[in-house]
Design a protein around this ligand. Structure first.
Ligand code: ZN
Length: 473
């Protein structure tokens, strides 16, 4: 689309969103829902009952929103995204500020309409769209406990950075075609069905579950570092495995065939990217597999080098370029700042200063410009207030699921070292994927791991892996 087409696109999005909203609150739908609910006592079909409960949930949310607000929100966020793109390019926060103010005003308005329970905060009403039933206070508690232990761990690792063995990724350039072959072969090996999905290229990797039989993934390529595209492929592949494991054929287009939350979705991508893909066992299988596609580019580079190179902790100004540990400090910062913006405690004009102060405090870095500061992410421009915490929730769920899988599946790491990912995938399918939206994220976590969400499994996992690599006991 040409740049000048942005305003027209915003009009089109407003129209389509309005039409979709009208259909989702059709009075006939309310009648049919009531009829089905009157009959649920007559069935023992738990899936049908859960599906109905979730259709009701979606309907009740939609009907609380006025159509005019739905259209305005679609239009303003489309324009705000374009304004954000321009502002980021020119490093011009002042030109984006009025758009962010409009998005925040409309988000507050949406939350006021959506809030059914006066006991809920406006913020968690927005969060609820991404993470059903999540409570702001619980998140605050989990995140505070995470910060208390993660910050000193990162400090110790950073101080010991000269003791990290480094490790080479590869010698010389690896052509994109060879990397793509490796990525596809790894995706096939972990169980991603390429007859029902694809892997393509984009600047920002993503996964899109179109529907039954069609799950699209993308990655990006750097010729000097094949692990960058491989770990993106594993991340998106993890999302893709979840999409392919949802009961889409049984409940086409219905809630039971959808992911239960963004946090759970992210747990699936992080688990394959990090717990599997940055593990020692993975590299002992993947190194010879990579070498078979790359010719001599991996001569003299062993699995230990690749393992060390994929586990470097180094504070970075950019969230999406951050390592597994410091990444979470980026999210905690955004969680606090977006709540302050929504409540009005932080004025939009003061955002850059608040951001930079927090980066200095948490990561020890100076933010040289807003492009590498508060203008780096698209989420607020697209109206995604409440979206950021789902990333760290994903990391925490991933570590908790991983610990449960290790305990339940004997010899999991040995299987991975042989390239046998089937036991892990089957475990995820049975415990998580096949349920769709049957359980809320909190319920699912308890069922799969026997405990509520806790930061402890991730802290244990990070310390156990990273401390030895940095020569710390
Ligand atoms: Zn993801």
């Amino acid at each position: 689309m040409p740049h000048a087409g942005g305003a027209l696109r915003a009009d089109q999005l407003a129209l389509v969103s309005g039409l979709a909203h009208e259909r989702s609150i059709d009075p006939r739908l309310a009648e049919l829902l009531a009829e089905c609910e009157a009959e649920t006592g007559l069935t023992n079909d738990a899936s049908a009952a859960a599906n109905l409960r979730e259709i009701r949930r979606d309907y009740d949310r939609a009907v609380r929103l006025p159509g005019t607000l739905v259209r305005e929100f679609a239009q303003v966020t489309a324009l705000a995204q374009q304004a954000w793109r321009d502002a980021r390019e020119r490093d011009d926060f002042a030109s984006f500020a009025p758009w962010l103010e409009r998005v925040l005003r409309l988000s507050t308005e949406r939350a006021e309409h959506l809030r059914a329970d006066p006991d809920r905060t406006l913020y968690e009403t927005l969060l609820d769209e991404y993470e059903p039933d999540a409570r702001e206070a619980e998140l605050e508690g989990v995140f505070a406990a995470l910060r208390d232990e993660l910050t000193p761990l990162i400090g110790e690792l950073t101080d010991a950075s000269d003791r990290h063995p480094g490790g080479a990724v590869q010698k010389g350039a690896v052509p994109v075609a060879a990397q793509a072959e490796l990525n596809e072969s790894v995706l096939r090996q972990i169980g991603f069905d390429l007859a029902a999905g694809r892997l393509d290229i984009s600047t920002h990797p993503f996964c899109q579950g179109i529907g039954d039989g069609d799950t699209r993934l993308t990655t990006r390529y750097r010729e000097d570092d094949f692990t960058d595209s491989l770990s993106s492929a594993l991340h998106e592949g993890g999302h893709g495995l979840y999409e392919q494991g949802l009961p889409k054929a049984g409940f086409p287009g219905q809630p039971l065939s959808e992911a239960t939350s963004l946090g759970i979705h992210e747990s699936q991508s992080r688990l394959w990217e990090n717990q599997v893909g940055r593990g020692r066992a993975f590299w002992s299988w993947a190194r010879p597999r990579a070498a078979s596609h790359f010719g001599s580019a991996l001569d003299g580079v062993g699995p230990d080098d690749l393992y060390a190179a994929s586990n470097v902790v180094r504070p970075n100004l950019i969230r999406v370029e951050s390592d597994e540990a410091t990444y979470n400090l980026h999210i905690l910062l955004r969680f606090d700042l977006e709540r302050a913006l929504l409540s009005g405690d932080l004025a939009v004009a003061d955002l850059p200063e608040a951001w930079n102060a927090r980066i200095r405090q948490d990561l020890g870095l100076e933010v040289p410009d807003d492009r590498r500061g508060c203008l780096q992410d698209i989420h607020w421009a697209m109206g995604g207030i409440g979206y950021f915490p789902t990333y760290t929730l994903g990391n925490l769920y991933a570590a908790q699921f991983w610990a449960a899988a290790l305990a339940e599946l004997g010899g999991l790491e040995e299987a991975i070292a042989r390239g046998d990912f089937q036991p892990l995938l089957e475990w995820l399918r049975a415990g998580i994927h096949r349920h769709g939206r049957r359980y809320t994220p909190g319920e699912l976590c308890e069922r799969v791991t026997g405990a509520p969400l806790s930061p402890a499994p991730m802290l244990t996992y990070l310390a156990a892996k990273l401390r030895p690599l940095y020569g710390l006991s």
